[in-house]
Design a protein. Sequence first.
Length: 159
Amino acid sequence: MSSIRTRTAGPTDLRGIITIQRAAIATTAGHYTPEEIAAWRAGPTDDLRALVSAGRYRVADQDGVLVGGAGWEEGADGLSATIRAVFVHPAAHGRGVGASLMGAIEAELARRGIGRLIVPAALNAVGFHERLGYVPVERQVAEFSGVRLPCQRMLKAAA
């Protein structure tokens, strides 16, 4: 099996990142309604562009092919960060892509002195984040095109 490489995303990665996100969202049928999935898949790309432009989005590739991505926003307090837009292409599930991305981001945030990590996890990803040490705190909702999607707010203290 080839190794997973993570790196900072650039503007030329945007199309691939969006493709991965849409493919991953399409697999959430057991957790979200068709209307929720459609709204989420069509969701805003401006937030993603902002993360990439700010250097706060990482991508993973195997053999030069993008297979996942994740980004973060730093809290105004300088002590916390919210990890967002964590997606792995369905064809790469179970290969450690998500864990590699989360590990890279967690290491970067630790270097910045950020000790409180927050994830607004999609319902299908709660177990994944629990395996990485995140603890469910409360149910929340995210809104896309006027459609409200339930998610699980999760926390972790950085190592």
